[in-house]
Write a protein that binds this ligand. Structure first.
Ligand code: C5P
Length: 217
């Protein structure tokens, strides 16, 4: 049986009225590149993506979503049978507490939004994982990259985290090139790149394949 891999990609949109939302600049390039690389490695791939303007990779099951709530529901529905979950989605960490039913009218005065935290999808999947399921997270950081990524690896109780910088114009958001620092919960550390996101995706899928097959021995 081929390995079954669930990949999430892109940003989420959190609406405060029917036409306005809070989001981030994720383009989905890394997640889509991973979906292609996983498919090329012979895996069965489910790709769940927030709104992006990339063509659907061939040969993968594609599930478009918009909000973090939809991303959570779709990921939860597909997680059970998957062997590997790779969460590259840049989930909005907060959402407006209220979504107004009609467009908010402007009246020239300031306005403020009350935001609430969004549930952590990766941590929720880790809490319900079956033995053998391998969970990979991404950490987009603007400073102290490794320290923050290690903290996330432990807090979310996942197997591997891929840390990358999103600081400034050289950062990961939207660029075709990237550098990833892989950190494992057993002290494993490896740097991938700098290289194109396609190349990095191939290397990351190879590395996950290697770890998963070594664990199965
Ligand atoms: O936002 P944060 O830095 O915590 O994201 C780290 C990892 O957790 C990423 O893999 C991201 O997809 C995932 N995440 C999630 N649910 C959230 C926030 C992030 O699954 N609400």
């Amino acid at each position: 049986m081929p390995l079954r891999c669930l990949i999430t990609a892109g940003p989420t949109r959190e609406f405060f009225d029917p036409v306005r939302f809070v989001s981030n600049p994720s383009t989905g390039k890394m997640g889509f590149a991973l979906a292609k690389a996983a498919k090329a490695a012979g895996w069965t791939v489910d790709l769940v993506s927030g709104p992006v303007s990339l063509p659907e990779p061939e040969g993968v099951m594609f599930y478009p979503v918009v909000t973090s709530e939809e991303l959570m529901r779709q990921t939860d529905a597909l997680f059970g049978p998957c062997d590997i979950l790779i969460m590259t989605a840049a989930v909005s960490d907060w959402r407006p507490k209220q979504t107004l039913p009609q467009k908010l009218k402007k009246d020239g005065t300031a306005m403020s939004l009350e935001m609430e935290p969004v549930p952590d999808i990766l941590a929720a999947m880790a809490a319900q994982r079956k033995p053998g399921q391998f969970l990979v997270g991404f950490a987009a950081e603007t400073e102290n990259i490794e320290e923050h990524a290690l903290e996330k690896l432990k807090r979310k109780k996942i197997d591997l985290i891929a840390a990358n910088s999103v600081a400034g114009a050289e950062g990961a958001f939207g660029n075709d090139e990237n550098t990833l620092i892989l950190l494992g919960n057993n002290g494993f550390r490896q740097v991938l790149g700098p290289a194109s996101k396609d190349k990095i995706a191939d290397l990351l899928i190879q590395q996950i394949s290697h770890i998963v097959s070594a664990r199965a021995q």
